[in-house]
Ligand binder design. Structure first.
Ligand code: A2P
Length: 340
């Protein structure tokens, strides 16, 4: 671990991901000198705990970043678009969890298990982007496979938890479920349809090509992180009534032939991945098991019998931890250790 203590800001500290970012900084004993918690004017004056200190939340402003070494943002795309350049202009390095900067050619998009070397390019804009949660949990196991067997095509369908939408969505699922079970009415506010007891094939906005923005994030971010534009990706992203952890059904086509047994052996050696795969004992990755831990769980590993070089996987991870906060804090750790 790095020894130099840094001044840190968490923008969006009162949100679902912001809260977990604070917990990760504590758990991983990040070398903090001073810490600042920033949010909207609605939360200014609230107090949040960091280790044994009570920290007063401040309103995020253009001048919030003077003297700050690293700012971790999770306060929405519009906020990042507006305030990340202000932070960078004050010499602060931004690790941004929103989609605002991910596809900017001058901004590295980083998953530490896959492309840690890309962090060096933070100097171009002073911003490093944290990928989309569904993409992070997919690329960690798939990059290990790609390096050895070259992936030609990925077909992925996601089963995404409501916590990915934020705190208000967690409350909507909770309240709506209780209301329906009590035979009461509960209007949907966060989602366009009832999320309790339902599956919504709609995450983020629809685009002209008929895909959603979330689906195209999985296509474009996978290629950028794996640094290979030849990989074909098609995604269907679905919101399901689960609080924490996204699950994904992934079908791969590889250039080199590889068996399910070889994939299991490879993934057992892959950092950040846990193979959970013993169907005869009903053991496979579950959202409830992934929640609260940083490992990406992979199971149901089997040959795709419909094509010569195909593999099927089921991948589950905590979307708030490895899908967001942990990945951002891992990036900050590398920055602290190797660059600042
Ligand atoms: P606040 O709690 O004051 O609204 P979530 O993803 O769980 O919805 O959380 C979003 C986070 O982003 C919250 O901390 C929220 O603060 C913060 N946020 C939202 N809009 C702004 C804004 N315009 N300026 C600063 N922080 C914002």
């Amino acid at each position: 671990m790095p020894t130099k203590k840094l001044n840190i800001a968490v923008a969006g500290a009162t949100g679902a991901v912001g809260n977990q970012m604070i917990a990760c900084l504590e758990e991983r004993s990040f070398p903090v000198n001073q810490i600042k918690f920033l949010a909207s004017h609605r939360s200014a004056g609230r107090e949040l705990k960091f280790n044994d200190q009570q920290i007063v939340v401040e309103e995020l402003r253009e001048n919030s970043f003077k003297g700050v070494d690293i700012a971790i943002f999770s306060a929405g795309g519009g906020t990042s678009k507006k305030f990340a350049p202000c932070a960078a202009a004050d010499g602060c390095v931004v690790v941004d969890n929103s989609s605002a900067w991910r596809m900017d050619a001058e901004v590295p998009l980083v998953v530490p298990e896959v492309n840690p070397g890309a962090i060096a390019r933070y100097t171009q804009k002073g911003i490093i982007a944290n990928p989309n949660c569904s993409t992070i949990q997919m690329v960690v196991p798939l990059y290990a496979i790609h390096r050895k067997y070259k992936i030609k095509r990925i077909v992925v369908s996601t089963y995404q938890a409501v916590s990915g939408t934020g705190q208000k969505a967690i409350e909507e699922l909770d309240n709506q479920t209780r209301a329906i079970l009590a035979d009461e009415k509960y209007a949907s506010k966060v989602y366009p349809h009832q999320i309790a007891f339902n599956c919504l094939p709609h995450i983020d906005v629809f685009l002209e090509n008929g895909y959603t923005k979330e689906e195209m994030k999985m296509v474009n971010e996978t290629r950028k992180i794996m640094e290979d534009d030849t990989i074909q990706v098609t995604a269907t992203t679905v919101r399901v009534p689960v609080f924490y952890s996204h699950s994904e059904s992934i079908n791969l086509e590889t250039q080199e032939h590889v068996s399910a047994e070889e994939i299991k052996a490879l993934l057992r050696e892959t950092s950040g991945v846990q193979v959970v795969d013993n169907p005869s004992a009903d053991i496979y990755p579950l959202a409830t098991d992934a929640a609260g831990q940083d490992d990406i769980l992979v199971g149901r590993i089997r040959d795709d019998e419909s094509i010569p070089n195909g593999i099927n996987l089921w991948v589950t991870a905590d979307n708030i931890r490895k899908g967001a906060a942990t990945n951002a804090v891992q990036i900050a750790e590398i920055l602290a250790k190797d660059y600042l």
